[in-house]
Design a protein around this ligand. Structure first.
Ligand code: ATP
Ligand code: MG
Length: 419
């Protein structure tokens, strides 16, 4: 019997694993340059943190969580997202008592029991950034700009930015009531009708054509914004425009939670079929209080690393990216040569040259095949006679040119060649 990775999960293997690592780094490089500090939180948390911090009425909490009792009977949940964890850590350690905003970024696994399909997995990777404790349209704009720069740094040209405002505690209740009244007049199934009471904004997000067709005349939150929310949103829009960031106003874009406020946005890519969102975020001014903390107006985003990788594939940006970082491959012939090569390879690595060697007592033919497959530019061939002469054969695998180099000089020679 052989094991398979669990349904909805997969393994990242070389060389794509190297590429996805580079994707993660590129997506967060802009926030790191903007003063965001790295935070790492546990992969599991108290179930109640997500129940309250993501919201009982969301699909995530109602259907998608990996929840289990530990041996002491505590209910724990594998994190389905990281904003709640970040806020929990900020409140627990009193980071909000220092300089505001607290700026943090993270990178890590997320777990959701979803219907597995391309671009939708049960274990996936997000990078995220959160700025906590300041209400300032420039902060919303900063985060959006930094997200845009991350995608651009990867060479992606097909990422579109959708933008909306969800209002705040002052204007949202009236909008919510107007929307509920409109939705109650529609022909909807029982589940969706139940949603009207709990989470009416989420109904706008329903992907089914028969539902979308009925939503054409739905009241829009933009038409119900109070003066303060309108001014805030206009400021975010104009800062983005001045920064040269293109966006599309999407009055139907919702996040559907009561503590999500004002700015909300999504990054979408059209090459991904129905799993088009490569990232999303917004302002969540009410979340801290939901978790028992003080008022802490905050904004953040999470970007999907797996989907960003798929978007790069769709744009043909992964082809030809040779990730063979190996520079040198050692080919020892015989036991004495193997011992000497072991030390030589170690010396090369210490000198900053990436190096590997043939293991398992291969002969010349097998070891040279290994050198070719390794992607290394140079092979170092060390036989008994070379060893006696304190020399080594240096072969450039791209030109097949071979020269003899004294063992005492080979590290310096290679250092010069690979730079
Ligand atoms: P979707 O509408 O596609 O379900 P979402 O609104 O649930 O996305 P968020 O919770 O905002 O997504 O997460 C941010 C990003 O994480 C998404 O834009 C997406 O790129 C990625 N993501 C979310 N769920 C998954 C998943 N199951 N598999 C892979 N990536 C995901
Ligand atoms: Mg989802």
């Amino acid at each position: 019997m052989s094991f398979q990775a669990p349904k909805g999960t997969f393994d990242w293997l070389p060389p794509s694993s190297e590429q996805v690592l580079a994707v993660r780094e590129a997506l967060v490089a802009p926030v790191r340059r903007a003063g965001y500090g790295y935070i790492e939180t546990p992969v599991f948390e108290d179930t109640q943190l997500f129940a309250r911090g993501v919201g009982e009425s969301t699909d995530i909490v109602s259907k998608e969580m990996y929840t289990f009792p530990d041996k002491a009977g505590r209910s724990l949940t594998l994190r389905p997202e990281s904003t709640a964890s970040v806020l929990r850590a900020v409140l627990q350690h009193g980071l909000h008592n220092g300089q505001l905003p607290v700026k943090l970024w993270y990178s890590g696994s997320q777990f959701r029991y979803e219907r597995a399909q391309k671009g939708r997995y049960r274990h996936f990777w997000q990078v995220g950034a959160e700025a906590l404790g300041a209400e300032d349209p420039a902060l919303d704009a900063e985060l959006i700009v930094l997200g845009v720069q991350g995608f651009a740094a990867l060479g992606l040209t097909g990422v579109r930015l959708l933008l909306n405002s969800l209002g705040d505690r002052a204007c949202r209740p009236a909008y919510r009531a107007a929307l509920q009244e409109f939705l109650r007049g529609l022909d909807l199934d029982a589940d969706t009708r139940a949603r009207i009471d709990i989470n009416p904004l989420r109904v706008l997000d329903d992907k089914r054509p028969e539902v979308q067709a009925q939503l054409a005349g739905a009241p829009l939150v933009v038409d119900h914004l109070c003066a303060a929310c309108k001014a805030y949103h206009e400021e975010v829009r104009s800062l983005l425009t001045e920064a040269g960031v293109a966006f599309e106003d999407d009055p139907r874009l919702v996040r559907g939670l009561d503590y999500y406020t004002r700015t909300t946005f999504e990054f979408v890519h059209d090459g991904l079929g129905s799993q088009s969102a490569v990232g999303g975020g917004g302002r969540y001014d009410g979340l801290s209080e939901m978790l028992g903390g003080p008022p802490l107006p905050s904004v953040g985003w999470a970007l999907g690393v797996d989907r960003t990788y798929l978007a790069m594939e769709a744009e043909g940006l992964l082809a030809g990216d040779a990730t063979g970082r190996l520079q040198v491959y050692g080919v020892p012939l015989g036991d004495d040569a193997r011992r000497r090569m072991f030390l030589l390879v170690d010396e090369l690595r210490r000198a900053g040259v990436s190096a590997d060697m043939a293991f398992g007592g291969k002969g010349l033919k097998g070891a040279m095949k290994g050198a070719g497959r390794s992607g290394a530019r140079f092979a170092l061939i060390l036989g008994e006679r070379d060893l006696a002469a304190q020399a080594v054969q240096l072969k450039d695998l791209t030109t097949a040119e071979q020269t003899e180099v004294p063992l005492a000089q080979v590290v310096d020679v290679l250092k010069g060649k690979v730079q």
